[in-house]
Write a protein that binds this ligand. Structure first.
Ligand SMILES: *Cc1c(COP(=O)(O)O)cnc(C)c1O
Length: 390
């Protein structure tokens, strides 16, 4: 299916709503039936009818069909957060006594689920370095039910060979789940590479304007129908119609935004790589990246998230640099219009800062939609501040 068709036409039946170009927000909790027999049919198969908006809703439906097509999957569900998509995907595929193999630094709330919630139900997890396929083979046990992936991983951007992991898991009847938030389905399609369930935080690039929290889970009709009839409706974490409408709006400009961000990110990387206070830039599609070859094989792009390591002995210098930025905001999340930064040292008490560890001297930068020079000159003046003080 062509990208332009998916984003501009797919699932939009304008005859249903006065030929309006922008689809309506069907802000209703429930739907009325004309006959008892119609109602009975809906009770028999809620996934085929409009019954109640905790399940299906026409505005959400437009979004669902577009997002499933973008993932090249059979079907998808849209949640009111990426965390909810992770929770439903994992919960739907484990039972008491099962085991999960996960990449070692999955998204915070995936890790919290693995460490704090699932052990209460006798589900254990083994964390591995996912850059080597042999580590998956070693970690798999007879009761392994799920392999949990995140490629690239969101700080150092470690990749997993998605095709190789999918093949290994299929041979052992293990369900694979991949967090694809970094790339979006425009730049990576895990489902096409054999991954069973692909998910992303739509809060990031799909929304694109830092104003919606949402998540997408895509897979086969069989998996998605089963999750709809169980976890999705039971947890009640489906997206609301207004937020679905905002995501449809975000999708219209997704390719244009990613193209712009990709270009600006190249310029920012070139600036950082040649700056004397920058030790290293970490970005999957930079030729210095350790898994550059694999990145080229499974990713079509890498958008605007990068990490750089400052050459400094002190936590104060890093703090000074961040506090001196005039335009780049200090905030979590990414994927919106605005450039953002987080220093790793914000996640630890100052006395635990160890300049011997590159990780502690690292900063994660998200490159937004501003003019390239606007971003670069802000970085440059803040680097000057710490150069003069050190
Ligand atoms: C933000 C994020 C999530 C969680 O998504 P929310 O929409 O914030 O719940 C999951 N995975 C990754 C990699 C993320 O960056």
């Amino acid at each position: 299916m062509e990208l332009s068709y998916i984003l501009n036409e797919l699932a939009e039946d304008r005859d249903e709503y006065f030929r309006a170009v922008s689809p309506p927000i069907i802000q209703t909790s429930n739907f009325a039936f004309k006959t008892v027999d119609d109602l009975r049919r809906s009770f028999e198969d809620e996934y085929a009818t409009w019954l109640y908006s905790r399940g299906l809703n026409p505005t959400v439906e437009i979004l669902r069909r577009k997002l499933a097509a973008l993932d090249a999957a059979e079907d998808c569900l849209v949640f009111n957060s990426g965390a909810a998509a992770i929770f439903a995907a994992v919960l739907a595929n484990v039972k008491s006594g099962d085991h999960i193999v996960s990449v070692k630094e999955p998204y915070t709330w995936a890790r919290k689920m693995f460490d704090e919630i699932l052990p209460r139900f006798q589900v254990a997890v083994t964390y591995i370095d996912g850059t080597d396929i042999a580590n998956f083979e070693k970690a798999i046990q007879p009761n392994t039910a799920v392999i949990y992936l995140e490629s690239p991983n969101s700080w150092m951007f470690d990749l997993q060979d998605l095709r190789a992991v999918a093949a290994l898991a299929k041979a052992k009847n293990i369900v694979t789940i991949c967090d694809n938030s970094f790339c979006t389905p425009l730049f990576q399609k895990p489902y096409e590479m054999g991954i069973d369930l692909t998910l992303q935080s739509a809060t990031k690039y799909i929304s694109g304007h830092s104003d919606v929290i949402a998540g997408v889970l895509s897979g086969s009709s069989k998996q998605i129908t089963r999750i709809f009839n169980s976890e999705y409706n039971n947890i009640g974490s489906g997206i609301q119609p207004f937020n679905a409408w905002l995501l449809i709006r975000g999708l219209r400009t997704l390719p244009a935004r990613l193209e712009r961000i990709t270009r600006t990110t190249q310029a920012v990387i070139e600036f950082l790589k040649t700056h004397p206070l920058v030790e290293r830039v970490i970005f999957p599609l930079d030729s210095s990246f350790p898994q550059y070859e694999l990145a080229g094989r499974q990713m079509k792009g890498a958008c605007g998230l990068l990490t750089f390591i400052l050459k400094t002995e002190s936590c104060e210098a890093i703090e000074n640099f961040c506090n001196s930025l005039k335009h780049i905001l200090m905030a979590v999340s990414w994927g919106g219009h605005e450039s953002l930064i987080i220093p790793k040292c914000a996640g630890m008490p100052r006395d635990q800062f160890n300049p011997g560890l590159a990780l502690h001297r690292s900063l994660r930068l998200y490159v937004g939609l501003e003019e390239p020079d606007y971003i670069i000159s802000d970085l440059s003046q803040a680097l000057d501040v710490i150069k003069h003080h050190s």
